[in-house]
Design a protein around this ligand. Sequence first.
Ligand code: GRF
Length: 190
Amino acid sequence: MNMGKRANVAVFASGTGSNFDAIMSSPDRNFDVVRLVSDKPKAHVIGKAASFGIQTIVFNPSEYEDKVAYEEELLDQLKKARVEWIVLAGYMRVIGKTILDAYEGKIINIHPSLLPSFPGIDAIGQALEAGVKVSGVTIHYVDEGIDTGEIIAQEAVTVFPHDTRESFQRRIQQVEHKLYPQVLNKLTAE
Ligand code: GRF
């Protein structure tokens, strides 16, 4: 148990940032979000970070020679900010060896399906296309694969016959927004 000291977390996000919002707004959050990292200079989530007073690290991967180059620079900034945990929340890039090795067992992702079903992009569309009656949300450790790391928590979400993509996605997100802050509180306190 981590007595007293709050863990320092960086959230990585490329998109809307509804999970970032949920994490920041969680009333009983027991860790500090010290950086928002984004690979998309125009991402909506960057404005959200500003509204919460969170410093952002924004980079454009196309300006670097390769993944190693931008991850080395990023790693340097994470270390300077004393980041202990990396929380992916709609970050659309695969984490490379540079960061994986430096943060072994400390990188977490959320995925909108019951893994190992429907890994990769558009898990919600994949589930609806497959006609499953139950899908859900998975929180897992990140390894070198795509959505393959050890599972930490899962919650099922029923697909109703009348569901549209929007209505189903809304219920998936409601679960994400509740589950992610809960699981992160527990993990970072250990
Ligand atoms: C979430 O559905 C998450 O499971 C997936 O990307 C989405 C991010 O949504 N990895 P948001 O940007 O947090 O709204």
